[in-house]
Design a protein around this ligand. Structure first.
Ligand code: ADP
Length: 478
């Protein structure tokens, strides 16, 4: 079913127009669904990508601050030790050496006595606009000195030395702020790319996802519009869930087509098969009306009644055959023990057989059962037994047997009747066909058609072996 059995008409606006009122609104519905899907995809994609960018920014800002603080604290510790061992001079020397070497970060260093008197101060010249006088007597970590002209701040950590003197070390946030500003610029550019990619990806993904759904929608629309169930949805070889749905849809269409055809045939057959008896009935009634003889009319009425009963029974059987043949017959399958079923059928025909001096015998494997619709299976055995008794002359016998045959069950109805003529043999399963020799017997010519239809509906087979003058054996395999 990989290709369309009946190619779909090309996609396009004309479809929507063909549908009258419902078409455009459905097309819009599918479009809106696609847009919603694309937006959802884009929103989820963009939101997660932006969250990653934001998280990276936050982590970067945090680790840069952390690094700056570590440098300041380490320097504060180092100079405190120098002060303890070599006094103010040692600190001043160390600062001078560091500055000259240019190896370290640029830092603000100040030694303050009594919270007011600056003993030593070192500040890179470009930081001179930071107002550090405010921090003279402050003791603690990360006090901030601001600049009137810049965004940057000077973060200062202060330590009290053994003699009460305050040692202050500070670092400007300028360099890390510059880095973060650059990162923000890149992040904005990346975000724009993400949004565009998200939207484009959303549209592409949605389009490819909706393509098979649209194919399905088109097929359904085409069927609704034309009533032609030959239309099939294309199914890709590498099946995904939607292809699976399309394949199921095609299978459903196959089934519907078979059922519709079957029902059409059944209706044709039933109409055709009923025409003859109905015409006969009408002729009877007409002749009775014309005769004007009350006695003949009464007799005709009685015959009409009989004929109507025959037609009703024929109609029931014809409907059963049609249902079984088209697969619409409901089978209530259950585990059906064969011994009681065959026993029941045999006892029903015992009286008729006795009257004809025909012996009926049953041979069923004990405990043998089959999964089948009990009533329908009984109909099968009854029809075969009915024929066997009917077409077997006095002194003959009918044997009904059932036995296991591998994983199947064989039911046989054998008789010692006259057998079936070779010219009748291919036609006995046809509806309303009656053998030449059988006209004298009652019957509609539907028994074997019904047997075959029911057995086939069960997934089984039925066949006949026959020999003129010796008898027939009908074999059902389930
Ligand atoms: P009916 O028995 O009503 O004629 P069926 O469909 O049951 O219709 O059978 C079709 C024909 O097959 C019969 O008319 C008869 O000629 C032949 N047939 C069926 N069963 C037997 C049988 N056991 N022995 C001989 N002929 C049979």
């Amino acid at each position: 079913m990989d290709t369309a059995a009946n190619p779909l008409p090309p996609e396009g606006g004309s479809h929507a127009r063909d549908e009258g009122g419902a078409g455009p609104s459905r097309a819009l519905g599918a479009g809106r669904f696609g847009l919603r899907l694309a937006l959802w995809y884009a929103v989820v994609f963009v939101a997660s990508a932006l969250a990653i960018v934001f998280l990276t920014y936050t982590l970067l800002a945090g680790s840069l601050t952390e690094r700056d603080h570590q440098i300041v604290v380490a320097t504060l510790r180092e100079y405190s030790e120098r002060y303890e061992t070599g006094g103010l001079g040692a600190v001043a020397r160390a600062v001078e050496i560091e500055q000259r070497s240019g190896r370290h970060e640029r830092l603000f260093v100040r030694v303050v006595r009594n919270g007011a008197e600056t003993l030593f101060a070192s500040m890179p010249p470009e930081w001179s606009d930071f107002d550090v006088s405010r921090l003279l007597g402050r003791n603690g970590f990360w006090e901030q000195a601001l600049s009137g002209s810049r965004e940057a701040r000077l973060e200062v950590a202060t330590g009290r030395l053994f003699d009460g003197t305050l040692l202050q070390v500070g670092k400007s946030t300028e360099s890390r702020e510059e880095l973060l500003a650059r990162f923000r610029t890149v992040a904005v550019l990346v975000s724009i790319v993400i949004v565009v990619t998200g939207l484009a990806g959303g549209i592409v993904v949605t389009r490819s996802t909706l393509q098979p759904i649209n194919g399905l929608i088109r097929a359904v629309r085409h069927i609704i519009r034309t009533g032609n169930t030959e239309t099939r949805v294309p199914v890709q070889a590498d099946r995904d869930a939607i292809d699976e749905l399309s394949a199921l849809f095609n299978t459903m269409l196959d089934r519907i087509t078979t059922l519709i055809e079957g029902m059409g045939h059944a209706l044709d057959n039933v109409a055709h098969d009923l025409r003859t008896p109905m015409t006969r009935l009408r002729g009877l009634a007409e002749r009775a009306l014309q005769s004007g003889d009350p006695a003949a009319q009464r007799e005709a009425l009685a015959t009409c009644l009989e004929e109507s009963d025959r037609i009703l029974s024929m109609l029931d059987t014809l409907m059963d055959i049609s249902e079984a043949e088209t697969g619409t017959m409901r089978l209530n399958r259950a585990n059906t023990p064969l011994e009681p079923l065959i026993g029941e059928v045999a006892s029903v025909y015992e009286d008729v057989a006795d009257d004809k001096h025909v012996t009926i015998a049953t041979h069923v494997e004990p405990g043998l059962a089959v999964s089948a619709d009990r009533d329908r299976l009984r109909q099968v055995v009854a029809n075969l037994t009915d024929n066997a008794v009917k077409y077997t002359p006095g002194g003959g016998r009918v044997d009904i047997s059932a036995a296991r045959d591998g994983d199947r069950v064989r039911i046989e109805v054998a008789d010692t009747g006259g057998g079936i003529a070779s010219h009748d043999l291919p036609r006995i399963w046809e509806r309303l066909y009656r053998g030449d020799q059988s006209r004298a017997e009652r019957g509609l010519g539907l028994g074997l058609s019904l047997v075959r239809a029911i057995v086939t509906a069960h997934g089984g087979t039925v066949d006949v072996q026959t020999e003129i003058g010796k008898g027939s054996k009908f074999v059902v395999e389930l």
